[in-house]
Design a protein around this ligand. Structure first.
Ligand code: GRF
Length: 191
């Protein structure tokens, strides 16, 4: 099988980005050598310091209105884009170019608690405030709308009485660590 190159897009802490990088580090077919980040202060840059060879910083304007990202994706022969805590909307032209090849993780059970503004702790706060007794993760393909593409996988966790948003965030984090890289692998190997 020929090489498959993933680009990881991340904006923040990067625990998922690091986990994906580690998971595929010995893989002979799937390569994670390219990290794209829109936040110069993001912890993900430190986490993957000296590990990931291609680290590219960009801003929203460059993503939306220039060829910078497109050229980088071409240069590194990127086959799939993985959104691992990436907070900007992917422009339609990239969605068109990478149809069925952009995978996102959302920290709730979509279609509930998705859409614009629903990211990070906003999601967990909303779930706790609504008194839900479960939440979970959704791994899905990305289309033109926020949190709307085909669902590839969901996993649930229970919310116990007294759980705070922070406790829920930890439970979600464990689910993400357990499932995200494996689901990426299954999807791209089956495509
Ligand atoms: C994760 O909860 C992910 O589901 C969401 O943003 C968070 C990113 O965390 N999209 P990290 O940056 O991977 O640590």
């Amino acid at each position: 099988m020929s090489n498959i190159n993933l680009a990881i897009f991340a904006s923040g802490s990067g625990s998922n980005a690091e986990n994906i990088f580690n998971y595929f580090s010995e893989n002979k077919v799937v390569h994670t050598q390219t990290l794209l980040c829109n936040n110069p202060n993001a912890l993900v840059l430190k986490r993957l310091e000296g590990k990931i060879p291609n680290k590219i910083l960009f801003n929203k304007e460059e993503l939306n209105n220039s060829e910078k990202i497109d050229l980088i994706l071409e240069r590194f022969k990127i086959d799939y884009i993985i959104l691992a805590g990436f907070l900007l909307k992917i422009p339609d032209r990239l969605i068109e170019k990478y149809k069925g090849k952009i995978i996102n993780i959302h920290p709730a059970l979509l279609p509930a608690y998705g859409g614009k503004g629903m990211y990070g702790m906003n999601v967990h706060n909303a779930v706790i405030d609504a008194g839900e007794n479960k939440s979970g993760i959704t791994i899905h393909l990305v289309d033109e709308l926020y949190d709307n593409g085909k669902v590839l996988f969901q996993a649930e966790c229970a919310i116990e009485a007294g759980d705070t948003s922070e406790i829920l965030a930890q439970k979600i984090h464990l689910l993400e660590q357990e499932h995200f890289p494996r689901i990426i692998e299954e999807y791209i190997m089956g495509s």
